[in-house]
Ligand binder design. Sequence first.
Ligand code: ATP
Length: 219
Amino acid sequence: MKREFVVIGLGRFGGSIVKELVDQDAYVMAIDISPAKVDEFAAIATQAVAADTTDEIALKSLGIQNFEHVIVAIGENIQASILTSLILKEIGVPKITVKAQNDYHEKVLVKIGADRVVRPERDMGIRVANNIVSNNILDYLDLSDEHSIAEIRANEKIAGHSLVELNIRASYGVNIVAIKRGSNIYISPKADERIENDDILIIIGSDFDIHNFEKRALH
Ligand code: ATP
């Protein structure tokens, strides 16, 4: 059975979510207040509908409460984003993910009970900055304010050593949760696994420890 999603707001962010979900073979109802946007997505989404999602009756008549997950990607109109999220919670949508514009918007969404709040511009800014600061940090994903998962490229300084020799957890306080080597991925690598040059280490830890590991172990 296909998974079923609703995406509200068909700007660049919402639009790319619709396309990706459809590519992954999901049933996607795409909604926007602008008929021009709806026309644009008519051939892409499973179903494209023009509606003002701050109107509870309109939302209910679309049967939104029957979908497992609704993504609210309304951007600049913060009031519409908050009101839409509130209605979705009230009518019992099991899971809502909402794009926030700023800290204030994020706080209100959390209070309302949004299951997940995303800040794509801020998060991508953090990822790009980490990559700029260190060429070895390929990607960076926030888990909380202080903890992250990072993809770090191994170099000749640690290549040839096993995880137990490097004693990474005790020395740096980070854990290697997986190693990507070419097209292979080794999840929870064993202590005697030897790192190879250009391996991509997926590590988890505090931001401080991740940066400390990158600075001290690889330079
Ligand atoms: P992006 O950065 O993703 O391109 P954005 O953050 O600039 O988008 P907007 O373009 O302001 O966001 O909003 C995204 C979409 O949400 C727009 O296409 C807009 O028409 C739609 N939208 C705004 N208000 C409502 C509403 N009340 N009901 C449904 N859709 C709405």
